[in-house]
Write a protein that binds this ligand. Sequence first.
Ligand code: DGL
Length: 276
Amino acid sequence: MTSAKEHDDRPIGVFDSGIGGLTVMSELTRQLPRESIVYLGDTARVPYGDKSSDTIIRYALEDASFLEKCNVKLIIAACNTVSAVALGELKKKISVPVCGVIEAGAASASGIRGTVAVIGTKTTISSGAYWQEIKRISPYTDVECIACPLLVPLAEEGIKSWNILGGVFDIYLGKYLANMPQALLLGCTHYPLFTEEFDRFFSGKVKIISSASAAAEYVKKLINSGDVLANSGRKTPEYRFCVTDTTEKFLSSASRFFGDRISSAEQVTITNSEQL
Ligand code: DGL
């Protein structure tokens, strides 16, 4: 018989600058189907990836404080940019456990012999967080990091045209067509939206690693090990979607992942205007 203490029916909180964290949430719903989730997309301030560390830390603390007030049991910073520069501050200032996505993403690349090309936002790449973490766990892996700032706006706009994407990939990754890396690590949670297109660019010859699915696997381990208590499963899981700007564009992107499981999103205010 299980006691009440073995379960925690509070939701998991997930946040990102926009729709990118939905790639993490979608994996979480697949791997942990009993868990309820509150998602926050800071769509009013996306993109984060070209902002200064101080600004990203401020935004991330506001995002996480909002989720904390939603009574979540764990917060996932489903944003590599936040994970790269703000995780320490979040862990210090937020009262529930917070995990990022870089450790899990880097762990998936460990042990790869040859080159791992890591792509991410300007801030993620210039932070050196991926390079350091992969080298720490897998010193012989050759790590090359490339900032791809045009990809987040394309993902947010839902652009799938190969004429556009092929050209943009060529700018950032064209040099690899003659000498392919062993793996391409998608170090931004928006990029899994282009997994098929990356595969097409490299003619299926490069292993594509997603920090989004790696992060969901990491959370599953936390729950299976009891470090975070699992939902009792007594009720159907609830998914709540919150955004800081208008909901229409978000809803059409989110429905690509969640179909009819998402019918509405709430527009929320997360900043205290008196502090601005
Ligand atoms: N999806 C986020 C990441 O993983 C942020 C993208 C952005 O807002 O620039 O880095």
